[in-house]
Design a binder for this molecule. Sequence first.
Ligand code: RFL
Ligand code: PHB
Length: 399
Amino acid sequence: MAPNGSHIAHSTRVAIVGAGPAGLLLGQLLTVAGIDNIVIEQRGPDYVLGRIRAGILESVTVDALTRAGVDARLHAEGLVHHGIELSYNGSRHHIDFQALIGRSVTVYGQTEVTRDLMAARQASGMPIVYEAHDVSLHDFDTARPKVRYRKDGVTHEVACDYIAGCDGFHGVSRASVPETSKRIFERIYPFGWLGILSETPPVADELIYASHERGFALCSMRSKTRSRYYVQVPSCEKVEDWSDARFWDELRSRLDPEAAEALVTGASIEKSIAPLRSFVCEPMRFGRLFLAGDAAHIVPPTGAKGLNLAASDVLYLADGLIGLYQNDDARELDAYSEKCLRRVWKAERFSWWMTSLLHRFPDADDFAHRIQQAELDYLVGSEAACKSLAENYVGLPCE
Ligand code: RFL
Ligand code: PHB
């Protein structure tokens, strides 16, 4: 500690910036492997848990959570889904993943994943700092990088071997890299998703992805008694303009008659609008700084890939660091960016394709609408096309 007590120095192997699912999962995988780490988060735990986001876990993500030792509740409460339904022109078509490729996905909310990871962190006794202000990254182009932050008026400096930038799309990690060292690929869609969470039974046993002339809609769930629904809205839309009644009417109008009839409505527990974006930052490593999860890439939620990509990045990074610390072998760590990006771009492609297939684009002409219809008709009528959707949706294997 510095003489005046206003500056505290720490030292660790890996400093993890951000306590979302990427940061917490990395922390847990490193802890299980006996590698010292600290997690530094700018918000409080309630804020982190209050964000309602992903709902679908690929088996790669379930395996990662199992390896991290946080799978008990996931296995007890997660719902295994063997397929999805596609709805358009008033009828529904089942895409049966199990029959097509013998695989499935698990419905278990990001909130619950985060809650389980937070509990494991606390049980491990490893350091986690919430409400860290003015987080800044230093010297990651040298052998001894540092992360600084302020907490309760005191400045802290963490010296480490590596920094993991797991601080999401708006975080400080990617922003700390000079513009000339990174290349950005981006597409912003002219619409967002208005989402509602309600304590009502889901309208169907599986998720319904609906393409309708009024726009896309998605019927998802968190449990057998809690539903998550989305409708596509223009980017300029304000959540205050959407009463629950207006939301339910809009959703119902976009569903097939059977689902519209079966829909059970109720008060919203949460309601928010998320913009849709595709984004990739290349590379994902800058000296001793590694970006993982939304800090490095964003996908539109249509393919349910964001959290799953965060998990696969973190698996590659954890294995790279374990290889280095346990076997003095840096090969896996050196391959990190290239390996992640190969997987990321495939998920970007799939998410962009699902988004293009199912949404109404404001500038689309009659030709574009006919092509979209033809693509839906082809998809539901072709086993090969259904298999392609299925293998991407359940998640491509990690190399
Ligand atoms: P997060 O979750 O954004 O966490 C980043 C954390 O970093 C903190 N932070 C900082 N900490 C310290 N210093 C700073 N300067 C910091 N700046 C930020 C933040 O407070 C936060 O706690 O990123 P992470 O961990 O990479 O996780 C990514 C996932 O959250 C995201 O990809 C998914 O939620 C995306 N997503 C979905 N993914 C799926 O795999 N399946 C789905 O079904 C799915 N549905 C969705 C989604 C995302 C959605 N929204 C709202 C964008 C549905 C929606 C509507
Ligand atoms: C969700 O349940 O929040 C969810 C499910 C599937 C998606 C996107 C979001 O594609």
